[in-house]
Design a protein around this ligand. Structure first.
Ligand code: BES
Ligand code: MN
Ligand code: MN
Length: 459
């Protein structure tokens, strides 16, 4: 049975890629209000596709923000396990310089498919729909009950998802949750993520004079808000990269020796990091390795900073205000709201009395660790091994997927993160891609996982 679904998927590889291209053509950018209609179109596309591949119910649930798509096939009966797949159909904006004219017109080149959303997360969520499709077409049935939930607000911190999950717990109930929204270490180096960082996203605004001033007429007598902002931001880290906000590290769960050992086994070198990023030299807390810093240490980053004249040429002014987008990546057990309070208090304390400052909270997401010892995790290990010819390593990742903590809190089902991206997929950046070999291997891996889970499942 495994072989026939797997062969079925192999025979339809080209068709599957063409379908994915259709989904990628919809510019469902969640952070831009101008793109609301595309968000809706992407949700409708997914609902229709779920029905087309044989799911028996598919619905769009509106939220105060972007809609959630829920679909199910419950034909395996009450005795069989139930699986819930999570994914997100919203994508990041497309600023920056791309090699293609239109980031929403997918381009196939060198075994890769380039488009915004190719890996994050349309290509990866589509892996599940195609694995379901192949098994259904090849065998006429599915080995367990299958539910999918796709949201349109992941890239803006899943603002309305928790309320939806809380309200629909019965509908969403499952024995296992699977998420494919991350990369593995290499095309022949599978890895399974068991930890994600959380996030506190803020805006710091510094204001001074009540309008922009001539910098000759007033410079030297009035504190420049852009300078004051930089002076405040300068006090966030010491020279080595330690964060200076009092209390920031208080709740960080230290890495155990065992974990440090496991993380050092992941095929990942500083040279790889330099090649991936183009950075000349790495930076950060010297007492931790780069892998540890990305997965298990918190950060405070400036995501954007502006104020005054940033147009062509020159303009001699003291701006009335300056602003920075600042976000912290958090690890267990840091509380995102508490981190906001700490940053706010620190900024208030170090703001010179010549200007005013305000720290606004934009969003939060909790960090999460998932169990390594679930039966589903074992089946996932076997599935990767069968398709990639190598046992996956376990690691923590630096990105955030806020829903993982929500599932941990509200559902007893273990979450398993089975990613099919690669480290050089350029997510959130120009020239995002999915490697087609990974896309197809992903489908094969999920077919293996779905067909083997019921056997291992102690129900
Ligand atoms: N797929 C990423 C999360 C991710 C990135 C996991 C890298 C593992 C490795 C996700 O779409 C994402 O970008 N999440 C945002 C969430 C935030 C807005 C709360 C992130 O991490 O910035
Ligand atoms: Mn994602
Ligand atoms: Mn993302």
């Amino acid at each position: 049975m495994t072989r026939s679904a797997s062969e079925h998927a192999k025979n339809r590889e080209t068709e599957f890629v063409e379908q994915l291209k259709d989904l990628l053509r919809i510019p469902s950018i969640s952070t831009l209000t101008t793109h609301k209609s595309y968000i809706e179109r992407a949700a409708e596309w997914l609902r229709d596709h779920c029905l087309a591949i044989g799911m028996t119910r598919a619905e769009i649930y509106p939220t105060p923000g972007h809609p959630i798509v829920y679909a199910e096939w419950l034909g395996a009966g009450k005795a069989a396990p139930t699986l819930l797949v999570y994914g997100h159909y919203d994508v990041q904006p497309v600023d920056g310089v791309w090699n293609q004219e239109d980031p929403f017109e997918p381009v196939e080149r060198g075994g890769n498919l380039y488009a915004r959303g190719a890996t994050d997360d349309k290509g990866q969520l589509f892996v599940h729909l195609k694995a379901f499709d192949a098994i259904m077409k090849a065998t006429g049935s599915f080995p367990m009950n299958f539910k999918v939930m796709f949201e349109g607000e992941e890239e803006i911190a899943s603002v309305h998802l928790n309320a939806f999950i809380e309200k629909h717990l019965d509908m969403l109930t499952a024995d296992v949750v699977v998420i494919s929204d991350n990369h593995i270490q290499g095309i022949d180096d599978p890895s399974i993520i068991y930890g994600l960082r959380g996030l506190t996203y803020m805006e710091i605004e510094v204001t001074g004079p009540d309008h922009d001033l001539h910098s000759g007429a007033y410079g030297g007598a009035v504190h420049n808000p852009a300078l004051a902002l930089v002076q405040i931001l300068h006090r966030m880290h010491d020279e080595q990269g330690h964060i200076l906000v009092p209390g920031f590290y208080d709740e960080v769960v230290p890495l155990t020796d065992e974990e440090r050992k496991a993380l050092s086994a992941v095929p990942f070198t500083e040279a790889m990091l330099k090649a991936q990023t183009g950075a000349d030299k790495l930076w950060g807390e010297p007492e931790f390795t780069a892998r540890e810093r990305i997965g298990a240490r918190p950060t405070l980053e400036i995501n954007g900073i502006w104020g005054g004249w940033t147009g062509e040429g020159q303009k001699t002014i003291i701006p009335a205000k300056a602003t920075a987008k600042v976000s912290c990546r958090l690890v267990a057990n840091q509380n995102p709201k508490r981190i906001y309070e700490l940053v706010k208090a620190y900024v208030a304390r170090i703001t010179p009395d010549t200007v005013r400052s305000e720290v606004r909270l934009l969003s939060t997401g909790d960090s999460a660790l998932v169990p390594l010892d679930s039966e589903a995790m074992q089946v996932a290990v076997e599935a990767y091994e069968a398709v990639f010819g190598k046992k996956p390593t376990f690691m923590r990742e630096g990105g955030s997927i806020p829903v993982v903590a929500t599932y941990n809190r509200l559902m007893k089902a273990p979450v398993v993160m089975m990613g099919f991206g690669l480290p050089d997929d350029n997510l959130h950046a120009p020239n995002e891609k999915i490697t087609l070999k990974m896309f197809h291997r992903g489908i094969q891996t999920m077919i293996h996982f779905y067909q083997n889970l019921p056997k291992h499942f102690g129900k």
